[in-house]
Write a protein that binds this ligand. Structure first.
Ligand code: G6P
Length: 606
């Protein structure tokens, strides 16, 4: 979602800002813009579409040592050049904003009455005018006064013309970091934007302000009290945001999964079990007393939660509920005693998931656990227990390696809890062995790439697709359908195969591809009957069959044999060919794979 970059330096900053925006492209956006103060005057460039279009408009020798820039993901007002940020007020103030101002209407009325003219349909423009209405010579004071009137979740970057140049930023519900350089400082929504210029970051707390000026930077809490925060040195390198030899980030990330899973396991298991306290020193007490697990997540992470529910209930015999965060956060829930609250999130900053965690009010929760891919993200900082998935930066909007490492992390959780509750040692050892084998098996499945690329041709002109699964493969079917719709724009639905005749069968004809993953388990026979129902209606089956799954094949069926035995990790393995299928279909349909239309990687507004 919207990305912010800002810089105050002794050199010209436009190229730093543009590179920062390019690195934030993965968050998802529809327009981009940049404002710079050059010889005491604000200059602005904006473009609908890609950062490249904006770059084409900014002169190579653009001067200006202080500036802010933005990628916009439209919420209030359509994607257009006039709605793109930065927004100005009276050519004195420029603002970039990530998030939503809930009370912008009433503020707008007051500002209109005070004579301000509005050039856009955005909620952001009220912020610019409101700050301008308070601004004399202290930009921070004006921003503070304005922010105190705003309701919503947001982060802001503001510059103003005046005698002593300053850049003020604040964080209230949307992410923002300060990049600390040598005689130059920066702000950004995400460290990746600033990796070419610094590896030293200050993570603002909720409600904090930062003022960058010629002397350095100063931090203030929400009440305006000066504060200090530690500088964190990031181990990330700028390279992780490059595609290497791959055509797309998503392709790279699919092929990185064996490595990502290895990283996720390193130092956490030995050959027979999971090591103690990998979820933190307090985990033992929490895991011993818990009697119920509540998982909350969004999108692909929600699907990981759904798979985990099967594992938790089948292996541990502990009840588990899974819910999408946007529903959970607004619902009155009944919380059983000793419930562990688990959030799953790639980014750690998804607004609904974070709000669900922050709103927990029942005393029946015995702890909160975040399984996350981004250290220092709000979810990680605000949960009592943490496990990092270590997938490495995921740039493609459609989540792949984050999902499979989340699943691995959930199996580590199951074993860690099981260890403390008399789960049979040989059972633990056998799941650990499966985990150890997983990277090699994934490498093997990735060899199906060429075969799946050919199959993808069948989908070029399709409008719809149906994914079927049973048991823990139902959520995998959901994930397969989500991937296909996200990046190829083919309408795809997933159904538990047993529900087929309660509705979706009416849609099946020769134009409806039906994709099924068939593990060789006790549900195989039932699944076969569902497949027959599809065939009897002229539907075409695409079957990803596990080793040993004997199928009543007919000539029309497309069967991809997967070299994997059915085990606890099977859902992780089954994900791989479905990711490859979506990827290749999208390539053939020529869509924007890494930044699909209308979608964002980091959904920081609800
Ligand atoms: C967006 C992304 C998805 C992701 C979901 C949840 O919709 O496009 O890929 O699964 O948010 O994000 P999270 O960071 O919480 O896993």
């Amino acid at each position: 979602m919207c990305g912010i970059v800002g810089a105050l330096a002794q050199r010209d900053v436009s190229s730093i800002l543009l590179e920062g925006l390019r690195r934030l492209e993965y968050r998802g956006y529809d327009s981009a813009g940049l404002a710079i103060i050059n010889q005491q005057k604000l200059e602005r460039f904006r473009a609908l579409g890609k950062v490249q279009q904006l770059t084409d408009r900014v002169p190579l020798d653009q001067a200006g040592k202080i500036g802010i820039a933005h990628t916009r993901w439209a919420t209030h007002g359509k994607p257009s050049e006039t709605n793109a940020h930065p927004h100005f007020s009276r050519d004195r103030i420029a603002v970039v904003h990530n998030g939503i101002i809930e009370n912008y209407r009433e503020i707008r009325e007051n500002l209109l009455a005070a004579g301000y003219e509005f050039a856009s349909e955005t909620d952001t423009e009220v912020i610019a005018h409101l700050i301008e209405s308070y601004y004399e010579d202290d930009l921070y004071a004006a921003v503070k006064q304005a922010v105190d009137q705003l309701r919503g979740a947001f982060s802001l970057g503001i510059i103003a013309t005046g005698d002593s140049p300053a850049l003020v930023a604040c964080r209230r519900g949307s992410p923002l970091v300060v990049g600390v350089g040598i005689h130059e400082n920066f702000i950004a929504s995400d460290v990746s934007a600033l990796l070419p210029v610094t590896n030293r970051f200050v993570y603002l707390d909720e409600g904090d302000f930062v003022v960058l000026n010629a002397e350095g930077y100063a931090l203030y809490d929400s009440a305006g009290k000066p504060k200090e925060l530690e500088i964190t040195v990031s181990e990330r390198t700028g390279d992780s945001t490059f595609k290497g030899n791959y055509r797309h980030f998503m392709q790279k990330e699919i092929h990185e999964q064996a490595r990502a899973i290895t990283d996720c396991l390193v130092g956490r298991i030995d050959t027979t079990t999971v090591l103690d306290s990998i979820f933190g020193s307090e985990s033992e007490a929490v895991f011993t007393q818990l009697q119920n697990i509540q998982i909350v997540a969004c999108g692909t992470s929600y699907h990981a939660g759904l798979v985990a529910k099967y594992w938790i209930e089948a292996i541990l015999g502990i009840s588990c509920q899974v819910e999408v965060a946007s529903e959970f956060r607004y619902r009155k829930t009944v919380v059983p005693k000793h419930t562990l609250f688990v959030t799953l999130s790639q980014s750690g900053e998804t607004a609904d998931t974070l709000a669900a965690l922050r709103n927990l009010s029942s005393d029946n929760y015995c702890g909160s656990l975040s399984i996350c891919n981004v250290p220092e993200s709000p979810l990680v900082r605000e949960s009592s227990l943490v496990l990092m998935t270590r997938a490495g930066p995921e740039i493609g909007v459609a989540s792949t390696k984050a999902f499979t490492t989340q699943l691995v992390s959930m199996l580590l959780l199951v074993i860690s809890i099981g260890k403390l509750r008399n789960l049979n040692e040989s059972r633990i050892a056998s799941i650990v062995r499966e985990l150890i084998e997983l990277p090699r098996q994934i490498e093997q499945l990735l060899r199906l790439d060429a075969q799946i690329e050919l199959i993808a041709e069948d989908f070029i002109d399709k409008q719809h697709a149906l994914f079927l699964g049973r048991g823990e493969h139902y959520p995998i079917a959901m994930e397969g359908a989500l991937k296909l719709k996200e990046i190829s724009y083919i309408h795809a639905e997933a159904y538990p195969a047993g529900e087929l005749k309660h509705g979706p069968l009416a849609l099946v004809d020769s134009e409806m591809p039906v994709i099924v993953v068939t593990p060789n388990d006790e549900l195989l026979e039932k699944l076969q009957s569902n497949m027959q129902e599809v065939k009897a209606r002229g539907g075409k089956l695409y079957v990803f069959a596990h080793q040993g799954a004997k199928l009543d094949q007919s000539g029309d069926d497309v069967v991809v044999e997967m070299d994997c035995e059915t085990s606890w990790v099977t859902p992780i393995l089954s994900t791989i060919p479905l990711q490859l299928l979506s990827y290749h279909v999208a390539v053939l349909r020529g869509t924007d794979i890494d930044q699909p239309r209308n979608l964002a990687k980091s959904v920081t507004v609800e």
